[in-house]
Design a protein around this ligand. Sequence first.
Ligand SMILES: [Ca+2]
Ligand SMILES: [Ca+2]
Ligand SMILES: [Ca+2]
Ligand SMILES: [Ca+2]
Length: 494
Amino acid sequence: MKKILTLFLFAFIFTSFIACDAFIIPENISTEEPVTDDNELTTSKPITEDLTSDPSSTDVDITHSQPFTPEGYSLLQDELESFGIPSIGSVNVLVFAVDFPDSKHSSSQASIDDIETAFNGSSNDLDFESVRSYYQKSSYDQLHINADVYGYYTLSKTASYYERESEKYMEVDPYTGEYIYDEDEVTHVESDIINELLTHYDDQINYSDYDSNDDGFIDGIYLIYNHPSEPDTDLWWAYQYNYAYNDLNQSSFDGVSPDYYTWASNDFLNEGDDDINARTYIHETGHMLGLDDYYDYSTEDTYNNGGLGTYMMDYTIGDHDPFSKILLGWVKPIVIESSATIDISSSIESQDVLLIIDEWKGTIFDEYLLLTYYKPIGLNSYDPEFIFTQSGINIFHVSAEIGDGYLTDSYYYSIFNHNNTDTEDKLIDIIEADMNENIEELGIVENSDLFQEGQVLNYSIYPSYRWYDDRLINFTVSIDHITYEKARITISYK
Ligand SMILES: [Ca+2]
Ligand SMILES: [Ca+2]
Ligand SMILES: [Ca+2]
Ligand SMILES: [Ca+2]
């Protein structure tokens, strides 16, 4: 059992690790594309219904504003230069199952029906969720992903050819860390494969049906290859990346071009004990939406270790964390900037998230605390080794300021000034109620990290809690009462 769990964990970490390729983009690959107007992104519902009736909100300090749900602020996809799948609406994506002349698909390997189930199945068809059912739940029914699955198609070149070309492409100078391939001699394997596939299926598929936000780019392509996953190779793993030839202006199919794609072995369908396991594809879809990884790529540094410790963009398990849901427009936070008592429901059963800050400046790209009522139900009821198995209050410290894009002293590519790998302070951190900093140490959460009734942040828990610029925070967060339905929280500003 232990061994299985270790493998399971390793596979997820490594799967996620390679996804970092999405952020290490060789300079000659264009990631430029027009920023789109996402009118649809403002459609998520306000979540203030049960808050105004709270009798205890009468003791709010009148020099500050009441808790409120902000409108009209910018979301992650408004800020990104490019993204693949729009975060709200109905999106058709393309899934191509491919095999190779020297690695042909056989009946012992994942079938097209299995792939169809992994992407479009209902919750009942899988132990966890399909890509579609996961995103329907995690987005509170605001993102509907439909996958059209084609294949298996046998590629014109062998697996060993692609492996050789990929090694050349990924070769790095050991001294400078720069890519050293010669553009004239080296080809980009997955982009060649995408070209071959789009050309082959051009008569059957109208590719313009796959650009739901009309930005001229196909929203998402998934390449599911029939070759064993091999963690020690560059190619035979899972990652999200971008089509490499768009700057050559020769890649239009039905008026649209490929861009964001996920590359993953059909082996990932068989990971762990599930009949069909879609978690890797679900995680990579997070990148297609523009989300960062929240695990720690580098434990070499003496600070910022351990990542987030759980959730989909760290361990490839559970629900998306509330920060990601705010970034994608799936929830609007209830902003607290003055003393208040408030009842919230669990993040699985409602869209309630508290954003606690000194002063709301009209942007989510700022430093603040997020607070949710966590329950180990729904999307959080699987993979108990890597996720909280009790209910409680989960408090996050978020530092989501946006800078000039690429941090020169970090190898992690992100629009944020902070990441969970190698900046002084994390982009998103769980404040551990047990104060033992085991997430930093071990990279994984424990139930005692959740706040319980009677605990008070900045009083009994971390009595002198600080913002990252070292200022003491000037409020306490007290967990007054927790029932199955609601948690009552009091925020007291000094
Ligand atoms: Ca066509
Ligand atoms: Ca598009
Ligand atoms: Ca680190
Ligand atoms: Ca802990």
